[in-house]
Design a protein around this ligand. Structure first.
Ligand SMILES: O=C(O)c1ccc[n+]([C@@H]2O[C@H](COP(=O)([O-])O)[C@@H](O)[C@H]2O)c1
Ligand SMILES: Cc1cc2nc[nH]c2cc1C
Length: 351
């Protein structure tokens, strides 16, 4: 039987922290005046173990998959949209394509388990774990073996991106029904109440939201209160794209790359990854705060400071890619901004 891969992730060595702090504090600005950008520069410097970090070949990988639970009416849109959006990504017409082009991201799309037969010659990475997950109301979304295979595949994909020269990896997803998986992961892995962290996803109305909450509570009752191993929770509530994204985050951190987290689903994948190797958190930055109901709660749980707050609720990695100029700004000021000494500006406070 497959077993959970042994993944060792080290937190970045903190020895460089005082030198990084000193370099930031000698820049021509009041102490702390660059706020969150200072924290970002510190984090990137530590991850790269460098006082002059650089961001190379930003990459976005979108994992797509279908959800059996979508048949229970938990989304406003039909599951057919998942394969249709895959074609849209491949044609370059989705929002995330535009933002990725704008910011020079290398983009790849992975079929993690879409319920469609894609021609083998499409420029799509074929890593299908199944034709959509099982309906989690009735049975585990996937087997433990599929979950482990998904983790391993995601991990390999991230390693390959690093081998191609990337040190910034953003991950996105597409999967009708996947805010339900993310809600259930938040419930089981962060102890968040289902009613509080269920959101409208693609745009459910009040009645739809009430139906979704009742459905997710029924799934949670079938799974039972635990304790559960993280791999079993991933298998119980899915989805294929979420397990692959979890593996990819672990793979990116193993290689010392910066991970850019998108919205609610990506944050739930990180939550799962942290249960496998807690230090993965040290490599993550949070692109934005999604408009999806549970995301602020999950971000609080993760002690995360999202960089943008644009009321996005799209997924596809869009909120991660949009945060790119802020990552560049953090490295830019650390590398290029004059110090008090260089600029002949007095660095002493008057009182
Ligand atoms: O990233 C987010 O925070 C986010 C919030 C709401 C919806 N989405 C996207 O919408 C789809 C899931 O919504 P739903 O209603 O089908 O569960 C999926 O394709 C996600 O990429 C994404
Ligand atoms: C059209 C559409 C595009 C998406 N992109 C990510 N999730 C999505 C859901 C829908 C419905």
């Amino acid at each position: 039987m497959h077993s959970l891969p042994h993944i060792v992730i080290q937190s970045p060595d903190p020895t460089l922290l005082p030198a990084l702090r000193h370099k930031i504090d000698r820049k021509t600005k009041p102490l702390g005046a660059l706020g969150v950008l200072e924290a970002l520069a510190l984090q990137i410097g530590l991850i790269q173990q460098s006082l002059t970090p650089s961001l190379r070949r930003p990459s976005l990988t979108i994992f797509a998959a279908d959800h059996g639970l979508a048949r229970a009416g938990v989304s406003l849109y039909p599951p057919e949209v998942t394969p249709q959006m895959v074609y849209n990504f491949l044609a370059g017409g989705a929002a995330t394509n535009i933002f990725a082009r704008q910011h020079g991201f290398a983009l790849q799309v992975v079929d993690a388990g879409v319920n469609a037969d894609f021609p083998s010659d499409l420029p799509l990475r074929h890593e299908k774990l199944g034709f959509g997950t099982a309906n989690a109301l009735e049975a585990p979304a996937m087997s433990r073996t599929q979950a482990i295979q998904g983790l391993e595949t995601g991990r390999r994909i991230a390693h390959e991106e690093v081998e191609k020269g990337s040190n910034v990896l953003a991950f996105g997803e597409m999967g009708i029904g996947n805010t339900s998986s993310a809600t259930l992961l938040s419930h089981f892995l962060a102890d968040l109440p289902i009613a509080a962290c269920t959101g409208r996803g693609t745009g459910l109305d009040d009645a739809g939201l009430a139906r979704k909450i009742a459905t997710l509570e029924a799934v949670a009752a079938r799974v039972g209160p635990g304790p559960h191993e993280v791999i079993d929770i991933l298998a119980e509530v899915g989805g294929f794209e979420v397990v692959m994204m979890t593996g990819a985050m672990l793979g990116a951190a193993e290689k010392g790359a910066l991970i850019v987290i998108d919205g609610f689903i990506a944050s739930a994948a990180l939550l799962a990854a942290m249960r496998i190797a807690p230090a993965v958190r040290d490599y993550a930055v949070f692109g934005h705060r999604s408009h999806e109901g549970g995301h602020p709660l999950l971000l609080n749980h993760l002690l995360a400071t999202p960089l943008l707050q644009l009321d996005l609720r799209l997924g596809e990695g869009s909120g991660a890619v949009l945060a790119w100029p802020l990552l560049q700004a953090a490295c830019g000021f650390l590398n290029e901004m004059a110090s008090f000494e260089e600029a002949g500006v007095s660095g002493e406070a008057a009182q």
